[in-house]
Design a protein around this ligand. Structure first.
Ligand code: ADP
Ligand code: MG
Length: 267
């Protein structure tokens, strides 16, 4: 067993959900979760189990109903937006209308938490932007208009923008939703590599059960009833948690068929 990495994100007795004037609607309760430096965490669970709600809550976009979210030990709720954006970055998944921006300019927006009020990018900022493009394999897109990119290319650019923030925590909600099979595998592998290479915590929600179980260091498995099981992929598969959650949800679980023949086994 490898030693537990330094915690970046922790939740303490966290209850997430929605509050209206008359009553609150609890989606998940009493969560004590940790995402450590260098860890790739995949959040799995049936539709409606609360993946997006949880991600929005730990990003600070939505307040907890109860309990706390801590970033590097500091209460997220008490942090200024500026402090927060120096520690955590979110990868957008919807298709925002970003107008006539070049790829470089869009990634450069990720530097804003670090630049002064002018937003002017220094040589160092430009170097960070260049490196972020490199790391996501988007250097060839330099100078292109964002609006003319494919979905897969756009997702890489959004990830690069998040990296340009130099966050300790990167959050993504269904980042592969619009991608084809190859694109999904590439983006998931990229997120895992970034967690490991940059030694940051990466937390993503996903429907990609197979990829998540292959790539994640830790799974947060939402059971659809307000609870969450945490463990390595081997643990949550081995103890039957994954099968239980997805069978109950009526999802077809096709965990790994027979191994595909390798090149050497061709007749
Ligand atoms: P997932 O991302 O796992 O599909 P969500 O976090 O989107 O699940 O939703 C979890 C639950 O919260 C669902 O029952 C959903 O109907 C409810 N919900 C989502 N958004 C809102 C909202 N704005 N107000 C009230 N309930 C919501
Ligand atoms: Mg969702």
């Amino acid at each position: 067993m490898t030693p537990t990495p330094r915690p970046v994100l922790t939740t303490a007795d966290l209850t997430v959900g929605y509050r209206s004037r008359r009553r609150s609607r609890v989606v998940m309760r009493q969560l004590d979760l940790v995402a450590g430096a260098g860890e790739f965490v995949c959040v799995l669970g049936p539709n409606g189990s609360g993946k997006s709600t949880l991600l929005r809550t730990v990003s600070g976009a939505q307040s907890p109903l109860e309990g706390e979210v801590r970033l590097m030990g500091r209460d997220l709720g008490g942090m200024s937006a500026a402090d927060r954006s120096r520690l955590l970055a979110t990868v957008l998944t919807d298709r925002p209308d970003v107008g006539l921006l070049t790829v470089d300019a869009l990634i450069g927006l990720g530097r804003h938490p670090h630049t002064g009020w002018s937003g002017r990018l220094s040589t160092n900022d430009l170097e960070i932007v260049r490196r972020a493009m490199d790391e996501v394999g988007a250097s060839h897109l330099r100078g292109r208009m964002f609006s003319e990119l494919s979905d897969g290319e756009r997702q890489r650019v959004f990830i690069a923008r998040a990296l340009a923030q130099e966050p300790l925590l990167l959050l993504a909600d269904e980042p592969t939703a619009f991608l084809d099979v190859d694109g999904r595998a590439e983006i998931m592998a990229l997120l895992a590599d970034l967690a490991h290479d940059r030694h940051m915590a990466v937390v993503t929600t996903t429907h990609e059960l197979e990829l998540a179980l292959d790539l994640a260091d830790r799974i947060w498995l939402l059971d659809g009833e307000g609870g969450c099981t945490v463990g390595s992929p081997a643990t949550v598969v081995g103890d039957g948690s994954v099968a239980r959650v997805f069978t109950r949800a009526g999802a077809f679980l096709d965990r790994r068929g027979p191994p595909a023949p390798g090149p050497g086994s061709l007749p």
